[in-house]
Design a protein around this ligand. Sequence first.
Ligand SMILES: Nc1ncnc2c1ncn2[C@@H]1O[C@H](COP(=O)(O)OP(=O)(O)OP(=O)(O)O)[C@@H](O)[C@H]1O
Length: 330
Amino acid sequence: MRGFGIDLGTANTVVGAPDEGIVLNEPSLMIVRAADRRRALAIGRDASDLVDRTPPELTPIHPIRDGVIVDLETAKTYLSAVLERIGARRHIGLRPTGVLTVPAGATPLERRALLEVGHEAGLRKIGLVPEPVAGAIGCGIDPLEPRTHLVVDIGGGTSEVTALCYGGILAHRSTRIAGDDLTEAILSYLRSEHQVVVGEFTAERAKVGTPATSDEQSLVVEGRDAATGRARLVTLETKEIMDAVRPTTAGIVQTLSTCLDDLPPRAISDVMSEGILAIGGGSMLRGMSQLLEEAFGLPVKTAERPLTCVAEGATACMDRPEVVSAYAAA
Ligand SMILES: Nc1ncnc2c1ncn2[C@@H]1O[C@H](COP(=O)(O)OP(=O)(O)OP(=O)(O)O)[C@@H](O)[C@H]1O
């Protein structure tokens, strides 16, 4: 093992290693002491278990916002802790190499920030690959072939659509409305329609608890009565959840579908025959693929592993330097 494929997402960090598969898949979260942000006390699931339970001197931090690094120091602390958790140095004996993924719409400054953080966290020889390219590879698509592939990625902080062909990007659209906003919509719905206040985790559980594959028609959520402050249980119908998130999902798919305006006719015919690939956690939301099909007027195939295909593709890129160099300046 020489290195890792790393998808530093707004919601989740996923790391893959050649021959080992996914070696880490946890929330992108860390807990630090407010007075010393250069040391992570807990990361990932350990950190999320502590949210809303920490004493005031401890602070939870999301090191990635809207798909990109906001603060170099914090991101370096986080990535160092991730590498330490997976025993990167111990396994490899020297600084490991890495293929990191970036949003297709990242600016040169945002790409440079990620490279700098990767180096300072202990990686050597870092390759950057756009997320939709890595996701496509993780789903068995070759982005270097002379054929257009359309990839929709609905993550926690960003939703993107990218048309890939022959080692380049033909068209791209993104919006910062994504999974986190869907959670927020459920939270607001519960407050306004059921007069119950719930935390982000409960609202997210309600959203994730209604995946496309589930037959459940309702689920029970626990919150605090908005008037009395007492604990209260609410039965939430699946239909209510879908109604609550509909305006947000409609906004996402409408923005993304305008990407078709930029595609040349032959690229459109490639996409018509093959359909759209949907990746990212948001693609698992019940009704999402139908909404995408209606907005794009094209068939949609949801990835088999929407949450990990990007890291799987990044890991595969370690043996495909030609992909990394083709998209080096994308
Ligand atoms: N079954 C599900 N149904 C609906 N949404 C889901 C499901 N599973 C996960 N999600 C949502 O998917 C989002 C996380 O997806 P993903 O891990 O692809 O994002 P990310 O890569 O961390 O974010 P970004 O790409 O914006 O940086 C979260 O908002 C999460 O609530």
